[in-house]
Design a protein. Sequence first.
Length: 177
Amino acid sequence: MALKLQNQSLNRKSLEEFKQAQKHPIVLVLDNVRSLNNVGSAFRTGDAFLVEHIYLCGSTGTPPNKEIEKTALGATESVNWKHFNSTEEAIQELKLRGYKIYAIEQASDSIPLNTFNYTGEKTALVFGNEVYGVEQNIVDVCDGVIEIPQEGTKHSLNISVTVGIVLWEMLRANNKI
């Protein structure tokens, strides 16, 4: 019978160990994300997968904020973050730093997530607004679009779910975790 592990048995990194750990060269870009719970969840998931940075763009909420902290559970202290007035500004900086930029969206010529080949290069993933997704002008300046194949009647997933699925699949499929 499997026994649930207690927190002290999980060998989690301390905040200092996390800060010193080698990160995956992945930046999460949140484009005008309205829900502070979704922002907090992105931080928590970013911590779980050792992402390098989170870029909070436009009207996306920023720490410190008790609503973000409800779901982040302290990850706003471990994951590096930066705010930009616009997503265009964030993408411009990332391109100058040599990142490949991918919108996570449904689009013509998108790459199904299960066939995307992440090899460890500097990659930024743009996650859009809960209602409008990633705006076309942002998709236009990305290097590509990654889509999560779906089979149901709904045509979208909550951003917090999407961040987890994309990071897990990218890193798992390419033996990075």
